[in-house]
Design a protein around this ligand. Structure first.
Ligand code: OGA
Ligand code: FE2
Length: 534
């Protein structure tokens, strides 16, 4: 059973650039890291206290001796004429100064350093830091965030505002640079420069920034801007070797381009225009997905809106719901997506989360080539499975799904609980297994995933929508609600319009829990129709 549990047959036609391994980190140990850091701060403070009290003792000694030596040097003979003074001088020099020396040499940092050594093994490494940076750049793209907004931490719904220093921006730019991502290199180097120009005190160096920036700009083909930036660099450091070399090179290329422009033909212009038109017409899925995540490109027309209703639903005269029907809203018409409101209580959510927490681990997907379960950048979340046997709450939830969908849950998979941290996402995929794939659900013997029930167990401050790029629909998480849709037509044929994705969380944390219902057991509950795609 473990073999198929986490598997999802994702036919993703594109490979997402950069939600990387670090996101695993994000989800895995981020809260532990906060505690680690807190611990270190406590022991650092202890160290400071110890060091301060040591310095205090040394200071007192110095003051005492200062006075004493003052009097003594003024009248050495008179001073030593007192036998006690003579004795004390001997004692001081023979033992007390030695003791002081020991005190000065005493290492107070033991506790802190050993704590640091222990904790260091849990620290993130370079790869993790790069991953975090890349995740930030990815979120910037998906949500079209302006660099300045991101740097000043002006994100919607944030509880703990945080901003980036010029140094941080420089760091992000450098990471983009090492990825040959000159677009982001330019954005972030420019931001670093802007913050320095505004007078931010920083160890970041304008010359370095301009060096990267001009190169990134050059790589993107804006020669005149590259020249302008290089000039600016040379004003700060006229001897800069690379900049001087680049300047000559830029001048050379510009001269060559001028030459070439003269002889360029009109047909080339025409060809260029044509490819531009093509570019506009063709929107790859990734673009559609990201637009929907931002709340753009929604295909909700007044005509469609008119067909969507809300109602009280009694589960088709289910005895458990006749007296207390539930609120149901149509989210979309084709594929039909409905949302149930107030369908899981806060207490139930808490129970489900508590049961899942100790078991949450990085969600995996089915590798179509090897048939094995692996982690993938296109699915970044943590998940756990809850059985109806282990808790009356889970069992009650399963029954609720059965009552309200009219489908048999005995053939369904266990309740899956998923948690998405910042950057957590699940790129466009189908929940059902396609004909051309090795049968993922064979072992189960319950057929394909006929339908999906998805509880939203938290609100999300920003991002985290469930979107359907094929049809231009998006569903926003709302705590206590659930959405339901059929993945298969009654004939058993897969409904490709159900392709969907979980948008990356921008701010906050997203909890969902879902039930995948299977074909077996539904033969009389959802009989086949005459046509295949009906
Ligand atoms: C899934 C899924 C959507 C979401 O887990 O298969 O599509 O919004 N989740 O979490
Ligand atoms: Fe899904």
């Amino acid at each position: 059973i473990k073999l198929w549990k986490n598997s999802i047959f994702s036919s993703h036609f594109f490979v997402s650039p950069c939600l990387t391994k670090l996101l695993t980190y994000f989800l895995g140990h981020m809260t532990d890291l906060i505690n680690t850091e807190k611990d270190l701060v406590v022991s650092l403070k202890d160290y400071i206290k110890a060091e301060e009290s040591k310095l205090e003792q040394i200071k007192k000694w110095a003051e005492k001796l200062d006075q004493l030596t003052d009097t003594a040097t003024k009248d050495p003979e008179g001073f030593l004429g007192h036998p006690v003074n003579a004795f004390k001088l001997m004692k001081r020099l023979n033992t007390e100064w030695g003791e002081l020396e020991n005190l000065v040499l005493k290492d107070m940092s033991d506790g802190f350093i050993s704590n640091m050594t222990i904790q260091r093994q849990f620290f993130p490494n370079d790869e993790d830091q790069t991953g975090a940076a890349k995740a930030l750049l990815r979120l910037q793209d998906t949500y079209n965030l302006d660099t300045d907004t991101l740097s000043r931490g002006n994100l919607p719904g944030v509880k703990h505002k945080s901003f980036l220093t010029a140094e941080d921006c420089f760091e992000l730019g450098k990471i983009a640079y090492t990825e040959a991502d000159y677009y982001h290199t330019e954005l972030w180097m420019e931001q670093a420069l802007k913050q320095l120009d505004e007078g931010e005190v920083s160890s970041a160096d304008k010359v370095y920034i301009l060096d990267y920036l001009s190169y990134a700009v050059y790589q993107q083909g804006d020669l005149s801007k590259a020249v302008m930036l290089t000039k600016r660099l040379l004003e700060l450091d006229p001897e800069h070797q690379r900049a001087n070399g680049n300047m000559k090179y830029f001048e050379y290329i510009m001269a060559k381009e001028k030459e070439a422009n003269k002889s360029s033909t009109e047909s080339e212009d025409q060809a260029e225009k044509e490819t531009e038109v093509k570019k506009k017409d063709y929107l790859p899925e990734r673009r559609k997905y990201e637009m929907l995540c931002r709340g753009e490109g929604l295909k909700m027309t007044p005509r469609r809106q008119k067909r969507l209703f809300c109602r009280y639903y009694d589960g088709n005269r289910n005895p458990r719901y006749i007296l207390g029907p539930v609120k149901q809203e149509d989210e979309w018409d084709k594929p039909r997506i409905v949302r149930f409101l107030d369908i899981i209580s806060d207490e139930e959510i808490e129970t489900v989360k508590e049961l899942a927490k100790p078991r949450l681990s990085r969600a995996t997907v089915h590798d179509p080539e090897t048939g094995k379960l692996t982690t993938a950048h296109y699915r970044v979340s943590k998940s756990a499975w809850l059985s109806g046997y282990e808790s009356p709450v889970v069992s009650r939830i399963n029954t609720r799904i059965q009552d309200l969908t009219g489908l048999d849950v005995s053939t369904a998979e266990e309740l899956q609980v998923a948690n998405y941290g910042v950057g957590g996402q699940y790129e466009p995929h189908f929940d059902f297994g396609r004909k051309d794939e090795p049968d993922a659900f064979k072992e189960l013997g319950t057929g394909n995933r006929i339908a999906t029930w998805l509880f939203y167990m938290s609100d999300v401050s920003a991002g985290g929508a469930t979107v359907f790029p094929e049809v231009g629909a998006s569903v926003w998480p709302k705590k206590g609600t659930a959405v339901f849709w059929y993945n298969l037509f009654p004939s058993g044929e897969g409904d490709y319009s159900t392709r969907h994705a979980a948008c990356p969380v921008l701010v906050g944390n997203k909890w969902v829990s879902n039930k995948w219902l299977h074909e077996r057991g539904q033969e009389f509950r959802r009989p086949c129709t005459l046509s295949e795609l009906e």
